[in-house]
Write a protein that binds this ligand. Structure first.
Ligand code: TRP
Ligand code: SF4
Length: 541
């Protein structure tokens, strides 16, 4: 998604709501957080006022990838995916592949019970449920420790809201018998894992990621390691591709969790060319050189480190895709290795393996291998096989073998009153608990992307991309019906649809949705009582 063209369309031509991305007015419109908090134009901040004034920045600055690029690999993509509401991801491919191949996969997300669940949370509920329906192990958790520590919620308030979130999740179709529901405070395994993960993270890191300082209370920090444990919890029994559906404000958590997953590994698998270690930049340079030189041209047909060093020394820097520092460090390494042959190999680097695990790894490697003090080089297995093998050995020998968790990101919804959707402005959002009539009224009084007069609208068409009402159609009211969403869009921008009728239709659909949802909430009360989740906190007030 480029965001350049206000009328951008997804692959199948379904119009995309602009979702509040920076408008052509260059003013960088404010985007609301999924939890209704305010958002501003700063770096992503899970608790503060982070904003996404321009979704493109997330790709460029934070390395989030565009969802459109994996869409084709996803089996029966959800409408939120098809319509670009889910706009970004990190490393979603392994999850899509596992679902396609009927292999183990998991989905997990968490909710801070700070208020009533609203239509922004519904996006995440739907994402969890959809993955569950595609065969993933599904987890929904109540972030009660975080709500208590970071938002100062009392346990009483937490219990009340937690129950409400869970009812909506079940009412929308989460299967509690297949899936897992838990609250952070009651999950001993999560707490134990959090403790272990905490040993791999330190305060300066929290400082730079979250802006924590000397005033930050310790429980808040504990809630961070708890979230890290939440994210890795689905892999405790067995490593598997896991997706965390969240708003982009949670990306700092995802990045840290991906990092910690790696730090907990016994082994790091990489490609190597000789006995020495290479940094990624250095490796790229060696590969470049290796591919230019023909081993046959050398005495005894063997390409040796010193040959590559000579060739490298003769090549002007401008002919190489590297910088002077990398060049000189690679030269030094090659010269020191001298007559050692250059041969591609797969390296298992020992990060923190036990002696037994290291021995077991050596035994498990088939074909030619060479054992060093801190690594083993294998010459007959490729990178993917090696990853698999390392993970197996690790799990069999008391390690975790975590895969880096994946994530998908959805756009935040625009407030019904324009600007931000905020829980402190009831008219700006629709709670899943709103009386259906109230929901109807809120939609009826919503701002639109309509023109001054009906005449002008007929002539120029409405601005669906800037219209919170259109967003409601695209994110929620059209459900799975892409044709209906497209019809509303086309009629709007084509000037055939006027805002009065359009809002009436949307308001009726919203009334229907709320009535239906609330009826279902009542029906799943029993299911919730049976579910294995503690509904009442035993904590002191
Ligand atoms: N921090 C999340 C929020 O602000 C809640 C949360 C806790 C969560 N643990 C999680 C989200 C694990 C995703 C995955 O709402
Ligand atoms: Fe929005 Fe509907 Fe008006 Fe178009 S016609 S601007 S979609 S309310």
């Amino acid at each position: 998604m480029t965001g350049d063209d206000p009328l951008e369309e997804s692959e199948d031509g379904t119009p995309l709501p602009d979702g509040g991305a920076a408008g052509a007015d260059g003013e960088g419109s404010k985007v609301p957080r999924a939890d209704g908090g305010a958002v501003d134009d700063v770096a992503l901040d899970p608790w503060g006022s982070s904003s996404v004034s321009d979704y493109r920045k997330l790709f460029e600055e934070f390395g989030i990838e565009e969802f459109d690029e994996v869409l084709e690999e996803v089996p029966n993509p959800h409408y939120l995916m098809r319509r670009g509401v889910i706009f970004g991801h990190r490393d979603y491919r392994p999850v899509a592949e596992a679902m396609r191949e009927d292999e183990p996969a998991a989905v997990l997300s968490g909710f801070m019970p700070t208020g009533d669940p609203h239509i922004g949370h519904k996006l995440v509920f739907d994402e969890i449920i959809w993955h569950q329906q595609q065969g993933a192990d599904a987890y929904g958790l109540i972030a009660d420790l975080e709500a208590h520590a970071a938002r100062g919620m009392s346990w009483e308030e937490i219990d009340e809201h937690a129950r409400s979130y869970l009812l909506s999740l079940l009412a929308l179709g989460f299967d509690p018998e297949e899936g897992t529901l838990y609250r952070q405070s009651e999950n001993r395994e999560v707490q134990d894992l959090a403790f272990e993960l905490g040993a791999e993270a330190n305060f300066s890191e929290f400082q730079s990621i979250y802006g924590f300082d000397g005033e930050t209370d310790v429980s808040h920090m504990q809630s961070v390691v708890t979230q890290m444990a939440d994210i890795l919890y689905p892999q405790l029994e067995e490593p598997k591709p896991t997706v965390i559906p969240v708003g982009p404000d949670q990306d700092p958590h995802v990045r840290l969790a991906r990092d910690l997953a790696e730090r907990m590994r016994f082994f790091k698998v990489s490609k190597a060319y000789a006995s020495f270690e290479l940094e990624p930049d250095e490796r790229a340079l060696v590969v470049e050189l290796y591919e230019r030189l023909e081993p046959e041209e050398f005495d005894d047909d063997t390409l040796r480190c010193t040959h590559v060093a000579e060739a490298l020394a003769e090549t002007p820097l401008s002919d190489l895709e590297t910088d002077a520092d990398t060049l000189s460090s690679v030269l030094t390494k090659l010269e020191e290795a001298g007559m050692e042959p250059i041969r591609p190999r797969t390296r298992f680097f020992d990060r923190r393996a036990t002696d037994d695990a290291f021995e077991a790894l050596i035994d498990a490697i088939d074909g030619e291998k060479r054992v060093y003090e801190n690594h083993v080089d294998a010459f007959d297995i490729d990178l993917a096989e090696a990853e698999e093998l390392a993970r197996e050995v690790e799990v069999d020998n008391g390690g975790y073998g975590f895969r880096p968790p994946s994530s998908i990101y959805h756009r935040f919804m625009t407030g019904l009153t324009g600007g931000k959707m905020s829980s402190s402005i009831p008219a700006s959002h629709i709670s899943l608990l709103d009386d259906p009539e109230e929901g109807y009224d809120k939609v009826k009084s919503a701002t639109t992307g309509g023109r001054e007069t009906a005449e002008e609208q007929r002539e120029k068409g409405g601005k669906a991309d800037e219209c919170p009402v259109y967003e409601l159609y695209a994110y929620l009211l059209s459900g799975d019906d892409d044709e209906f969403a497209k019809l509303v869009y086309d009629e709007c921008v084509g000037g055939e649809r006027l805002c009065g009728d359009c809002k009436e239709q949307a308001a009726e659909l919203m009334r229907e949705f709320l009535a239906d949802h609330q009826e279902k909430r009542a029906e799943v009360e029993g299911l919730l009582e049976e579910a294995e989740i503690e509904l009442e906190s035993s904590r002191r007030r």
